[in-house]
Design a protein around this ligand. Structure first.
Ligand code: PLP
Length: 363
């Protein structure tokens, strides 16, 4: 074998979070592992955001998971364990990404997936994924919180049904692996972690991951957890559930977070905070990330960066190394971009016209 061939053969392959972090996760028999190679997402330096915030900001781009959101980390564990128990059906309530991920991993695990979603509220890219993977869609005339109540009852009262929302502890276990990856990439955990908060499973999972990493002796400290909700959907900031949550960031449009206690503990124990950002701040941060850093995330995913910019404006930004989690890919929600931008009218197929246009727009 030539040297080039042998180095290709030996290149380490990322084979999913169960294979990589098995000792940190609940037991899963080999034959039941349902993986699509999730995790191993890039940690990208963000010079523009760093300059504005006054810290060394990195982006953990979870939009590069197999179904384009971080939900895959938890779903591989939840569906593998459900398959190992012999369950045949999965069910979840969803604002879109949980359903897209559950649909894909259920297909992989050979299970039939039911998704309960608020009618007309699912972003286009997510709806397309759910249909492509063949999940059975139940559209209800209600919001996410209604959908979760119905799904929980179905799993409790019917046979062979696995609930794969983040109230399923396997989801949190899988999602905590991102904290390990970040600590390994940087050589140590960051000083702070900024992320969007909806149902609050992810902030709970990150705090567990960083805490376990520290308690195992791999680091001296754990980061401050900086969680950001959308202003129209901020029950943890207001201190009570919100009846009709509203925000452009559909992935965090949740009025009664299931993992509320976990989120508040993460904030308290890490010396962090949970605050809100407006839709305008979210959309501005999404645009900044896309146009200045070259990273396209969905609106909800930009809430962490929006929050860092807001803190910086008030002289309260964290310093040192900061990671912002970009939870999902921008292609999930094309309508948000198309509402603010459109393709221009066509030009004649003529060099001079195109050259004129380039001189005008080239800056
Ligand atoms: C699910 C989701 C969130 C919110 O995560 P929680 O665990 O519900 O707090 C944020 N962004 C995206 C893109 C999501 O899919």
């Amino acid at each position: 074998m030539s040297q080039a061939e042998s180095s290709i053969a030996q290149a380490p392959q990322h084979r999913g979070v169960i294979n990589r972090y098995r000792g940190w996760l609940p037991g899963i028999p080999d034959h039941a592992v349902a993986t699509l190679g999730e995790g191993g997402t890039p940690l990208i330096e963000a010079p523009c955001v760093s300059e504005k915030v006054g810290a060394s900001v990195h982006l953990k781009f979870e939009g590069l998971n197999p179904t384009a959101s971080f939900k895959d980390r938890g779903m591989t564990v939840a569906l593998s364990r459900a398959a190992a128990r012999g369950e045949r059906l999965s069910i979840c309530a969803s604002t879109g990404n949980t359903a897209a991920s559950a649909a894909a991993y259920s297909a992989r695990a050979g299970m039939t997936c039911f998704v309960v979603v608020p009618v007309g509220k699912i972003a286009m890219g997510k709806a397309v994924q759910i249909l492509a993977h063949g999940a059975r869609v139940v559209q209800i005339e209600g919001n996410f919180d209604d959908a979760l109540r119905i799904s929980q009852r179905a799993a409790a009262e019917m046979d062979d049904v696995a609930l794969v929302n983040s109230v399923n502890p396997d989801r949190i276990e899988g999602q905590k692996t991102s904290a390990f990856e970040i600590s390994e990439s940087l050589g140590a955990p960051p000083e702070a972690l900024a992320l969007p908060v909806g149902n609050a499973g992810n902030i709970t999972a990150y705090w567990r991951g960083f805490s376990e990493w520290r308690d195992a002796g791999y680091s001296e400290h754990a980061p401050r957890m900086l969680g950001f909700q959308a202003a129209g959907s901020a029950p943890l900031v207001e201190g009570h559930d919100v009846q009709n949550p509203e925000t452009v960031a559909s992935a965090i449009r949740i009025g009664a977070p299931a993992s509320k206690e976990g989120a508040l503990a993460a904030m308290r124990e890490s010396g962090g905070l949970i605050e809100s950002v407006t839709d305008e701040e979210i959309l501005d941060a999404q645009l900044l990330l896309a146009r200045e850093e070259g990273v396209f995330c969905e609106p909800a995913s930009a809430a962490g960066v929006a929050g860092l910019l807001k803190l910086a404006g008030e002289g309260r930004a964290p310093t040192g190394t900061v990671v912002s989690v970009l939870t999902g890919h921008g292609l999930k929600d094309p309508d948000v971009i198309l509402a603010r931008n459109r393709l221009p009218d066509p030009l004649p197929a003529d060099f001079d016209t195109v050259a004129d246009y380039m001189r005008r727009e080239g800056g």
